[in-house]
Design a protein around this ligand. Sequence first.
Ligand code: ATP
Length: 377
Amino acid sequence: MATVTYDKATRVYPGSETPAVDQLDIQIEDGEFLVLVGPSGCGKSTSLRMLAGLEDVNGGSIHIGDRDVTHLPPKDRDIAMVFQNYALYPHMTVAQNMGFALKIAGVNKTDIRTKVEEAAKILDLTEYLDRKPKALSGGQRQRVAMGRAIVREPQVFLMDEPLSNLDAKLRVQTRTQIAGLQRRLGVTTVYVTHDQVEAMTMGDRVAVLKDGLLQQIDSPRNMYDKPANLFVAGFIGSPAMNLVEVPITDGGVKFGNSVVPVERGALTEAQNKGDSNVVVGCRPEHFAVVREGGSEAALAKADENAAAGLAVTVNVVEETGADAYVYGTAEIGGEVKDLVIRVDSRDVPEKGSKLRVEPKPGETHVFATGSGERLSD
Ligand SMILES: Nc1ncnc2c1ncn2[C@@H]1O[C@H](COP(=O)(O)OP(=O)(O)OP(=O)(O)O)[C@@H](O)[C@H]1O
């Protein structure tokens, strides 16, 4: 086990003007599960491959523990990588696949067998040890790939989208298994995915990348509650956070017919920059909803608030079972904006009906219009 440190680590591919990974600074704790996440092409695989030694580092350095591995060949780094396609040898049995790296390293047969059997037990693969990969399900192959990494007892596990070949249900199951296994083994792990739900459910911390630049590194909770900028705000969370540009006004921001109170400090900071607008973010579950034409109680409330909030026209209602989401439109500042609002799944509005909505107190995020940086605490 060991820490991993990226210190201004940079990768520029030959013939490219812009770095694929630009001065990446990350310190990963001993035993931590760190997830690198971001959209396609943001540099997450390159970051992982730099740590693996499969990609040159053109600037900065990478340390595993106190060893500078920046220019070490992959075999000298004491890491084990689990790839997307598992890269199992088709002509070898599960046991041979799992023990292969140990065999190459000259470990004696008895020790190999012991380690392979131990790993097979942990991964529930004991009964498949004599099978060839083609006689296994996708989930079993994935576990063999994990087993091959485990038997090597490396200082660091590297995983590049290891669940992408599994169907949705198995992916959910396997992500719990991998996260549980990692915690049990306590091996420092760097895990790449483009799936933010996977990132949020598996990582101790999550690092969000965009265009080769680190946007934020934080616990899943903080990432969700306090996204550092507009990009992270829009990327983390499904359905995504609603983001609307609104004018600053006395006591808050103007949101439809309401003045929504937001942090004074955030608005002062925007005004100090010379901005008269800010971007306000509100997650779908953080709207207070009054449904027009709904139950009597709701109607009474609608009357009471007739002029309050923002009128949203319901275009589509998506029911997921536990939740229901309204995909609607509203006019904000003379423009028609799309909004997503979570509503009570037992009381869903009709398509074409109207809701009045308002962010719940204390549930807004404020960002600068130009830089997109977070202004609220
Ligand atoms: N071998 C290469 N030569 C030149 N450019 C490359 C090479 N590999 C990747 N790139 C470029 O570097 C950038 C980062 O690629 P990388 O594969 O790290 O992204 P990623 O976030 O892992 O994307 P994905 O989720 O699609 O796998 C992209 O713009 C990509 O086109």
